[in-house]
Design a protein around this ligand. Structure first.
Ligand code: AMP
Length: 636
């Protein structure tokens, strides 16, 4: 996963097009779409209802599929087929605790599919993946753009929470594929917001915190701006903290009060829950600027009505524990960026929840300064995505997002040594190829084990994928030309392939066929702190690792020499004098035992190993020499 992001002066990109590349903020609660207008400014496109954001809600109704406001409007009468906040489920397993937590809080059914992925189930037993829901929303946003621009739009930049792992990013890209929308890039929401903010050229330099509190996720990013160059120094957050939690808080407050008064538990009454949930969100929003809010829900259950009043101070008090969940990620993020709170020059608010006065107050206290709202919190992300779309289509030439790899990527080579192909901090997209070969004569297959990390030995790094390349034509060790290629695309998705460049002989059944195997690495999912831990460990172990590398290289060389000697023993053993044969065997065993001791860290005495190997080779060569002399004598 890509952890660090920089925005640098324009560098050439692989894609150029004159068609519009729209920016879509595919939000948990609401989505927005924007484009670069003729004045080279990002502009939000209003939907057919004249609204600048569209609810991320999809409803299945008989043979009809409703998206956006029409879906939201009918939610009350069709709660079990109205799917909202499904972005939280995308790319997750059913058993994921985050999914389990949602089971009781949504009005629709979530079930596991055959692969244990969390999927949705409608009342007519249709199973729908969260990616399909995203694709419906993307389709809607694209059609809003199509109508406004009067142009067939088929390319977009889509935003995702910073904490989305590779499989969630991939699932988002696949949502585009389902509707023929080419998602050129997925970029992080706070990074997009920062881009929108960066368009305001008045700020030349400084440290910016992007505090993004939306409907379903919370992200905090620290950016460093210098002479128009933006660098995101750290990101942190919580994929399961958002506006919904506040709605649920008020909902539970109502349910508890109602049960206490009437003895009736409404928690299994889906329609009642939907009504309570809607009014809870309304209460939350209204309490921004009102001291109190009347919760009126007539006939909620038989002839029972709800008529409660909630005050803003009551709401503030009950929400404080949720709001305080933002504090830790903020502190960690600032620490990761190697900064102190006082170093932050400006705090940018993004996401609908940042309209809540209590949140603004906590942010102000936390950063010790008034947060800025220069960019509309609901629109910043889509505007930033549109700017990135403008860059990709070649319409904007002064900024670009450049992602870098947080850790080195490479493969295991003989003896457990890590051979990096893509060093850490390489700019992506990136493609690197290296040629490897076999270590043993007649080897017909190689196991490619891919790792991420900075340590010399693969055992100290993270295994991210493995596969086998077989059907290598038999040949002496070191002769096959096995090309291993790592490619990271602009979304941070990693593909690894291995191909044998040797051509098959004419009599081979594989003649004329290429020998290539590829895998896509999914779910690396390392957090910033895990990456940092790995880097720190590699720094503190640098000298030790260098020593170990030398020792392991000696051991690997030793293993190759032992194998050579064993092969010689098989070829000439029969002809050797019995004592020479026994001495060679003993020398091989001695060398093997010492290599085992080195591999299991019992000793690191490479001088002793080299002596043993020299001795083994000498004994074997002497024995073979004797065989050769004997054969010559017999011939004459
Ligand atoms: P977003 O994901 O950025 O669209 O944010 C949506 C979330 O913000 C939802 O939970 C909304 O209920 C919440 N929200 C929108 N407007 C307000 C407001 N004025 N006050 C409090 N919360 C709001």
């Amino acid at each position: 996963m890509i952890q660090t992001r920089r925005i640098l002066p324009y560098i050439s990109r692989r894609f150029k097009s004159n068609s519009t590349v729209i920016g879509i903020d595919l939000g948990t609660t609401n989505s927005a779409v924007a484009f670069m207008n003729s004045k080279n400014q990002p502009q939000i496109i209003e939907n057919e209802e004249g609204k600048r954001t569209t609810p991320s809600i999809v409803a299945y109704k008989q043979n009809d599929i409703l998206v956006g406001l029409p879906a939201k409007r009918q939610a009350l009468i069709n709660p079990e087929n109205t799917f909202f906040a499904t972005k939280r489920l995308i790319g997750r397993k059913f058993t994921d605790p985050e999914v389990q937590r949602d089971l009781d809080n949504v009005s629709y059914k979530i079930i596991p599919n055959n692969s244990n992925d969390a999927v949705l189930k409608s009342t007519n037993n249709q199973t729908i993946s969260p990616s399909e829901i995203s694709s419906k929303i993307l389709e809607k946003m694209t059609s809003i753009a199509n109508n406004y621009l009067d142009e067939k739009i088929d390319k977009a930049v889509v935003t995702v929470p910073a904490y989305f792992n590779d499989s969630q990013r991939q699932a988002t890209k696949n949502s585009g594929k389902l509707i023929g929308l080419d998602i050129l890039r997925v970029i992080n929401e706070p990074t997009a917001a920062a881009l929108a903010y960066g368009c305001d050229k008045s700020r030349k330099e400084g440290i910016i915190a992007v505090f993004d509190f939306g409907g379903g996720t919370f992200d905090i990013s620290i950016l460093d701006i210098e002479d128009g160059v933006f660098e995101v120094r750290a990101t942190n957050g919580n994929t399961h903290l958002g506006g919904e939690d506040f709605d649920i808080l008020i909902m539970n407050w109502i349910l508890k009060k109602f049960k206490l008064e009437t003895g009736i538990d409404l928690s299994n009454d889906r329609i009642a829950i939907q009504r309570i949930r809607e009014i809870s969100e309304m209460a939350k929003i209204e309490l921004d600027h009102n001291e109190k809010f009347e919760i009126n829900l007539p006939f909620i259950s038989q002839d029972h009505h709800i008529n409660y009043t909630i005050t803003s101070s009551e709401f503030d008090e009950m929400s404080l524990p949720i709001i305080e969940k933002c504090i830790d990620p903020v502190k960690r993020c600032i620490k990761d960026a190697d900064l102190k709170i006082k170093d932050i020059d400006e705090v940018l608010l993004v996401g609908g929840m940042t309209r809540m006065p209590k949140i603004r107050q906590v942010v102000e206290e936390l950063f010790n300064k008034k947060p800025s709202t220069a960019v509309n919190p609901d629109e910043a992300v889509a505007l930033g995505a549109a700017i990135q779309g403008g860059v990709l289509s070649g319409h904007m030439k002064n900024v670009v997002l450049l992602d870098v790899t947080p850790l080195s990527l490479g493969i295991e080579t003989y003896g457990g040594i890590f051979s990096p192909l893509i060093p850490r901090n390489s700019a992506v997209p990136v493609k690197k190829e290296q040629i490897f070969s076999t270590a043993i004569d007649g080897q017909t297959g190689v196991e490619i084990r891919c790792y991420q990390g900075e340590r010399t030995l693969v055992k100290d790094n993270k295994l991210i994928g493995q596969f086998k390349l077989g059907n290598i034509p038999k040949g002496p060790k070191g002769t096959p030309q096995i090309s291993v290629e790592f490619e990271i695309d602009a979304d941070g998705i990693i593909n690894v392939s291995a191909s044998d460049k040797t051509k098959y002989p004419k009599d081979s059944p594989h003649y004329g066929k290429p020998n290539k195997v590829s895998i896509q690495v999914t779910e690396i999912g390392l957090t910033d702190s895990e990456v940092e831990k790995m880097i720190k460990e590699s720094e503190s172990n640098k000298l030790k690792d260098q020593e170990m590398r030398k020792v392991y290289e000696h051991a690997s060389r030793g293993e190759i020499l032992v194998t050579d000697t064993e092969i010689a023993l098989i070829q000439f053993g029969e002809l050797m004098e019995e004592k020479d044969k026994e001495d060679t065997k003993t020398a091989i065993d001695d060398a093997k035992n010492l290599i085992d001791d080195i591999r299991s860290n019992k000793t690191q005495d490479v001088n002793l190993l080299n002596n043993k190997l020299n001795e083994m080779q000498k004994i074997c060569m002497e024995a073979i020499k004797k065989v050769a002399i004997k054969q010559q004598q017999e011939e004459t």
